[in-house]
Design a protein around this ligand. Structure first.
Ligand SMILES: C[S@@+](CC[C@H](N)C(=O)[O-])C[C@H]1O[C@@H](n2cnc3c(N)ncnc32)[C@H](O)[C@@H]1O
Length: 281
């Protein structure tokens, strides 16, 4: 993606004054971002590689500064803030600029590289699969409320669950309010083709015991051979352990064929967003 914003085809309803120019630039910028291809930020990693394993120096995490200063401070500071403090100076300002842009432009979604991969490559691929009858998406928020529409013409294939009742308004029709750990009380065993659990590890499911319960419950509702996608941030503030061993113990195998070409793929974002693809064993 280039940094240049082209305004060759200005919106005809905008006058040629300063405000009009600003609006044209914003519209062009938004269109440019919508057309951005997510290929660049993808950084496939070797099987099993995360910051918990020996990583080349250029992949060393930049976070953890507060963790290193001692557990007392880190236990009082919310995880997102800890993660933000862990970013390099430039990444911090970029993150703030993106948040400000999303707010000012009333963006319908988050504009990070991992989100673009999730929406334009992963959910799009699942939605386009004619064999897919049901996908359960774990965790909802303002920026996920457009996702059921991706599954048109049969958006009932897209189902949602969130532990927080306040998030129900962002869910799909028939949204389940419950912890993923208890999903078997709400969804029939063996009835789901794909479970997507993105941004929940580190945002509610935080320790091994919870993760293990959640993954075992996920496995139960998946059909034989069903797929499980875990999206997580490979930085200390969000991920105190590599979820891979928990997933394997819960009965999942790394997917041999994934939409991104490897069972584990890291997107080149400041918080090292990582997608792990599994199949039910
Ligand atoms: C950061 S948001 C992630 C939303 C979305 N999945 C995404 O792709 O960004 C985390 C959401 O997970 C929900 N959550 C946390 N723990 C959960 C659990 N054990 N079961 C279901 N939802 C949970 C929270 O309520 C919150 O809405």
């Amino acid at each position: 993606m280039t940094g240049r914003i082209d305004c060759a085809d200005p919106a005809p309803w905008v006058g040629d004054d300063q405000v009009g120019r600003a609006v044209r630039v914003v519209v062009a910028y938004k269109m440019q971002r919508m057309q951005r291809t997510p290929g660049d930020p993808l950084k496939p990693v070797q099987d099993g590689e995360s910051r918990f394993h020996a990583a080349p120096p250029d992949l060393e995490p930049r976070d953890g500064s507060l963790e290193r200063k001692g557990g007392v401070l880190s236990s009082f500071v919310p995880r997102p803030l800890r993660a933000w403090f862990g970013l390099s100076g430039l990444a911090r300002w970029r993150w703030l600029a993106r948040k400000l842009r999303e707010l000012l432009l009333r963006s319908p979604g988050i504009e990070s590289a991992d989100r673009i991969v999730l929406e334009q490559q992963l959910l799009a691929a699942y939605a386009a699969d004619p064999a897919l009858r049901s996908l359960l998406f774990v965790g909802c928020d303002w920026y996920t409320q457009r996702y059921p529409a991706l599954f048109e013409p049969d958006r009932s294939r897209f189902r949602t669950i969130d532990i927080d009742p306040r998030k129900a308004r962002f869910g799909a029709a028939g949204h389940v309010i419950a912890p993923l750990q208890e999903v078997v009380e709400h969804i029939a065993p063996g009835s789901i083709d794909v479970v997507v659990c993105n941004g929940v590890y580190g945002f509610g499911i935080n320790d091994r015991a919870e993760m293990s319960l959640a993954l075992r419950a996920t496995r139960q509702i998946l059909r034989d051979g069903g797929s499980f996608l875990l999206g997580w941030n490979d930085v200390a503030a969000f991920a105190p352990f590599d979820p891979h061993e928990v997933a394997v113990a819960a009965g999942f195998s790394p997917a041999e064929a994934s939409p991104l070409g490897a069972w584990r793929v890291r997107v080149d974002t400041p918080t090292r967003h990582t997608f792990d693809f599994y199949v039910k064993r």
